[in-house]
Design a binder for this molecule. Sequence first.
Ligand code: ZN
Length: 94
Amino acid sequence: MKKIFHFDSPADPYIADAALLCCFDHRINRAVRKFMKKQGIERPDLIIVAGGAKTLASPRNDFEQDFILEQVRMSIRLHQTKRVIVMSHSDCAT
Ligand SMILES: [Zn+2]
């Protein structure tokens, strides 16, 4: 395997400001970043999947909803997350 990039991430544990569920659609990246900045969210646990909040409201299968909820539980367990934000957007292909 060829190494193409090296980055040392901080090893210190952290408390997440929020777990944020959003769509993977590139068109909303800037809006999501601006929203987080405006809300003072500096250390989010990002859960980025096709459809974002739609995966909880209208899951395509039994696995999808369980997977997302487990990600939220892990954020709470590992990073003491107190706030969960679910986002959807217009013109979502899902
Ligand atoms: Zn979308």
